[in-house]
Design a protein around this ligand. Structure first.
Ligand SMILES: [Zn+2]
Ligand SMILES: [Zn+2]
Length: 134
């Protein structure tokens, strides 16, 4: 497999194996690429946040909409996803291959935002909690 180019800084993504799951991390900006469902699987692995070596750059929160990034596999524009749970994070998802890009530090936040139940379960719970006024 050819090494992927970092969608943010055009550095080279290096494969890292964690618990038999292969992810790709950029040596330069420390962003992490997950193929479809890898983020979901790794989120449920204890200690998996250790793959995320970077710290969240506050600046990236302030200009989340300025730069579109392109899927390193499919070259299509990735969709911005806002996760507003405990910590607001923006991450990108590819509508074609379902790959996910996290900037440095975002996976740690992503992991702590969700209980190990799946992407949408907790979001739904939060929603029904708000609707339930009692
Ligand atoms: Zn990079
Ligand atoms: Zn893709």
């Amino acid at each position: 497999m050819n090494p992927l180019a970092c969608p943010k800084c055009k550095g080279t993504l290096k494969a890292i194996i964690y618990q038999n799951i292969e992810i790709d991390r950029c040596d330069d900006c420390l962003g992490i690429w997950f193929d479809s469902l890898e983020a979901e699987e790794l989120k449920n692995c204890q200690g998996s946040e250790s793959i995320d070596k970077g710290d969240l750059n506050e600046k990236s929160l302030s200009d989340p909409l300025t730069k579109p990034i392109f899927c390193p596999r499919c070259q299509v524009t990735m969709l911005k996803m806002l996760d507003l749970d405990q910590y607001p994070i923006w991450y990108e998802i590819c509508s074609q291959c379902q790959g996910i890009w996290f900037d440095a530090g975002e996976f740690k936040k992503f992991k702590s935002n969700f209980l190990p139940k799946g992407f949408f379960t907790q979001a739904k719970q939060a929603f029904s909690f708000k609707k339930n006024r009692s």
